[in-house]
Write a protein that binds this ligand. Structure first.
Ligand code: NAD
Ligand code: MG
Length: 423
């Protein structure tokens, strides 16, 4: 497929390569988007561990207000001098409950998706936005953070899948700094430390292979939701856990790597590495290969990004090299994991094709989690959605959101058809 949309490598990288990091005074004031999620709660844990280095400026959640209140109370106990953060609760009914909590009413931002953008725009003296939202909902606040020229510790890979070009434009205009939280991309960033883009030959993303790495193709039709959610190495939110079982997560990460590091897709490879010890690798033009290793603990890449690529102390698991066993690598199986192929095809097509891919995937994953769609039907719904919808350039956020909405409607129809056929 022709591709008019890929940035020329590697000049258009979002990752700041050798540009000096923003000089930010401590304590860093964080906007935590998705504070009740896996990434969000680990960020709050880091704030508790570093009361002298980190403070909360604003937090958001969808509906779990009571859990957020308990976590914020724990943060306040660890950081008694920090002023309480602004709060956005996107679910309107949950926002009503939040307004009744003591001391919350005056700190509450608007309900709905606008609250996410408001959290970024209204936070007082923010240093860094941690985007721990899941899905395309993360794109508008990423753009708001870019427009405000902030450091963005980006976990929400869908921001780049849906709006990579838009984010690149906003970052170039606003002077923001995008630092990856995703463990693979954080590993690559550590391998690239101090390097020039011209030194890089290719990136190698590692994938755990998920729970079905060795499952025969014939058995995949009958796997249960519980088996899909049993990730062998990482504990994460439900959507990324499903994506890890289909390998769509790795497909999304290839697109994320393309926009972050500015390399063309034929220089971004994927290898399956079941132990999740080597988090990813960079091959340089002389053949030297650098890797970053560690335990599967997201707080390590999260803290590294928030800190502006400085290794702060962190208590916790240390990798036991002698106990780790041999490092195994294998090729992903495109037959059993078609999502990887679908993601690469959409990536090469560019424009709204990755938007459609992502939207169809979000709908299919939600249906699987609701028990309405089989594991093997997830790639089928995505492929059919992509086949039914034309794709074109992503001119602006409205164009991306319109393509996203259309693909969701189409994918939902396809899910319903499969669900009512009892397949
Ligand atoms: P999660 O489901 O645990 O948490 C998501 C958070 O976003 C919650 O606070 C939820 O309330 C909020 N949210 C979800 N949809 C929303 C919406 N439409 N509007 C407003 N708020 C919404 O997800 P997670 O596992 O923390 O993942 C977050 C992001 O980080 C994803 O993009 C994921 O791919 C990426 N990531 C996660 C991990 C991990 O270990 N969890 C690792 C690498 C990358
Ligand atoms: Mg990852």
């Amino acid at each position: 497929m022709p591709n008019d949309h890929q940035p020329a490598a590697p000049g258009n990288a979002l990752y700041p390569f050798r540009r000096p990091r923003l000089p930010l005074p401590l304590p860093l004031r964080l906007v935590v988007l998705g504070a009740t999620g896996s990434i969000g709660r680990q960020t709050l844990d880091l704030v508790r561990r570093h009361p002298d280095r980190l403070q909360l400026a604003a937090v958001t959640c969808q509906g779990r207000v009571e859990e957020l209140a308990a976590d914020l109370a724990a943060v306040a106990a660890a950081c008694p001098d920090a002023p309480p953060p602004l709060v956005a609760v996107t679910d309107p009914a949950a926002r009503e409950r939040a307004a009744a909590l003591p001391g919350w009413r005056d700190r509450l931002l608007g309900a709905g998706p606008v609250g996410l953008v408001e959290a970024v725009a209204a936070a007082e003296a923010p240093s860094c936005v941690v985007n721990g939202l899941v899905g395309a909902a993360g794109l508008p606040p990423t753009l708001a953070a870019a427009a405000r020229g902030l450091r963005i510790a980006l976990a929400n890979k869908e921001s780049l899948v849906v709006g990579g070009e838009l984010v690149a434009r906003a970052v170039a205009a606003g002077g923001a700094e995008v630092l990856p939280v995703d463990s693979e991309h954080a590993a690559i960033a550590q391998c690239l430390s101090g390097r020039d883009p011209s030194e890089v030959a290719r990136l190698v993303l590692t994938a755990s292979g998920g729970p079905f790495r060795t499952t025969p193709a014939a058995d995949l039709a009958t796997v249960t939701r519980e088996q899909v959610l049993a990730h062998p190495t990482w504990r994460m939110g439900p959507k990324i856990t499903v994506d890890s079982a289909t390998l769509m997560n790795k497909g999304l990460e290839v697109i994320e790597a393309h926009f972050l590091f500015g390399l063309p897709y034929d220089r971004i490879d994927v290898v399956v590495h079941p132990g999740s010890i080597v988090h990813s690798l960079v091959e340089f033009v002389d053949g030297a290969l650098l890797a970053q290793l560690g335990t599967p603990d997201m707080r390590i890449p999260l803290q590294y990004a928030i800190a502006g690529e400085i290794h702060w102390p962190l208590a916790g698991g240390r990798l036991d090299l002698l106990g780790a066993g041999p490092l195994a690598f294998e090729a992903p199986d495109p037959g059993r994991f078609p999502c990887l192929r679908l993601a690469r095809e959409a990536a090469l097509a560019g424009g709204t094709a990755p938007v459609i891919l992502n939207a169809a995937n979000e709908i299919a994953v939600a249906a699987l989690l609701a028990g309405r769609l089989r594991y093997v039907d997830v790639p089928a719904v995505i492929e059919d959605t992509l086949a039914r919808l034309p794709h074109g350039p992503v001119g602006d956020l409205d164009a991306a959101l319109a393509a996203d909405a259309r693909a969701r409607t189409e994918a939902a129809v396809l899910v319903d058809a499969r669900a009512s056929a009892g397949r």
